[in-house]
Design a protein around this ligand. Structure first.
Ligand code: SF4
Length: 85
């Protein structure tokens, strides 16, 4: 039996996968890009020596990427929603 997208995103396996990335660090919880980044890939997190919290090792690169490209990303998303491509 095939699973629909709703089940893929809300099902037991997906929920367990997301839970493995919790808790987000204090830095991620207050980051303006957390809804896009979600704290980064759990495979690339390591304990930060000063906070003893897990932090995404590519955080600075991702943050810089979002700073430079988030406006274009939202514009592209709007175009897709409007059916303009
Ligand atoms: S950019 Fe950095 S601080 Fe922001 S959510 Fe991603 S990993 Fe966390």
């Amino acid at each position: 039996m095939e699973k629909d997208y709703e089940e893929m995103f809300t099902g037991e396996v997906a929920t367990a996968f997301r839970k493995e990335s919790e808790p987000l660090s204090d830095a991620c919880q207050t980051c303006k890009y957390v809804s896009l980044c979600r704290g980064g890939c759990k495979r690339y997190k390591q304990l930060a020596p000063t906070t003893s919290q897990k932090q995404f090792v590519y955080c600075e690169s991702y943050y810089t990427f979002f700073e430079k490209n988030v406006a274009a990303m939202f514009e592209l998303a709007q175009q897709v929603r409007r059916g303009i491509g």
